[in-house]
Ligand binder design. Sequence first.
Ligand code: NAD
Length: 420
Amino acid sequence: MHAIGVEKENLNPFQIAQQQIDAAASLLGLPKHVTEILKHPKRVLSVTFPVKMDDGTIRVFQGYRSQHNDALGPTKGGIRFHPDVTMDEVKALSMWMSFKCGVVGLPYGGGKGGVVCDPRQFSKGELERVSRGFMEAIADIVGPEKDIPAPDVYTTPQIMGWMMDTYSRLKGSYSPGVITGKPLIVGGSKGRNEATARGCVFTIEEAMKDAGRVPQETAVAVQGFGNAGKTAAKLLAEQGYKVVAVSDSTGGIYNPNGLDVERVSQLKETASILQYEDAQQISNAELLELDVDILIPAALENVITAANAERIRARVIAEAANGPTTPDADAVLRKKGVLVIPDILANAGGVTVSYFEWVQNLMNYYWSEEEVNEKLRTAMVEAYRAVRDLAGKYEVDMRTGAYMIALLRIAQGMEARGWI
Ligand code: NAD
């Protein structure tokens, strides 16, 4: 409920991404036509495709693939299966991918895809047919040198395996480089599953080093207990951080003395995290406002908004999710002195190891997990320090600093190619 006279906060992710671009571009003094190019995806494909369900009925699914900018290389970004997917969300996510690749310096532009569906309602066969159907629908515009998808919310290595197979059959040749996040046996990279979380943890470590904090005295809350959130919680617990709260779409659990993350993970696999014995049940909204040192939003966008930002008590927010904080909330957090490690930096580990996977596919030569993790550490630490230093120099928050680095790289690429 909004007070009379108070503007309702704009939660359209596409418009939020555009606002973020404007803020960084004006600091960089980029010409208007450059900003205009960056504020719109180069191509958005909307598809519908029929799928035969187990009961014999045919359902028609809506999907999208957005390719934002390919000045620095083929576009790259995940595919999301979720009932709330919209074209604007996919467009925003593709823009964030461009900037994510730009922050880490990967030779890619940003892409993203989504299918409006609830995969939790599907049988395995239905899930496979939806996955293959979507890949068939977008096959003309993806490819190892065009646009390379990957997993995102509710999509898995198995789904990537099916999609790679569909694409390979259509093209008549084995093409592992068309998609990343695949099962290891068909060209996946060691370390890819954990990469988003591991990269996020590397950025947290840097922030903690700067603040002179030790893990044992640092309490963490994690919203979302999937690929990104669960793995981040596990890695942090292994290092001695006190993970005091986690949640998934069904709700959250909280114990100020810390949770046994391994046990919670087991329950997530076999039953529900809410069955964890030694914790109080909390809502997702309550989790965000807990008195913790680090908050990791690792579910969906727009969870930290003008409505709750004032009540956020964490000193550091590491955005494993894409777009969890609105610009209005950002302004409040900045005033409160909260350090926000922005999504395009904090969760860039996923696309970084996706890039390593693609490189290994093109070489047909595979690296050890240690090698992957070490290369990831180098990339994330360098990116973190570059963003921190630039943000310090311009006296802006890290999100703006990250955008500035990324925008500059993309603009330089467009200039070198004669686009601007
Ligand atoms: P996932 O499907 O593995 O996990 C999503 C988790 O969020 C699940 O635990 C689910 O229960 C929970 N969830 C869903 N709706 C929720 C709600 N309304 N409230 C609270 N929790 C909810 O997805 P993921 O791959 O871990 O992605 C999570 C976030 O991380 C997304 O924003 C995604 O874009 C981002 N991300 C993922 C990757 C990656 O490599 N997987 C890379 C970069 C960014």
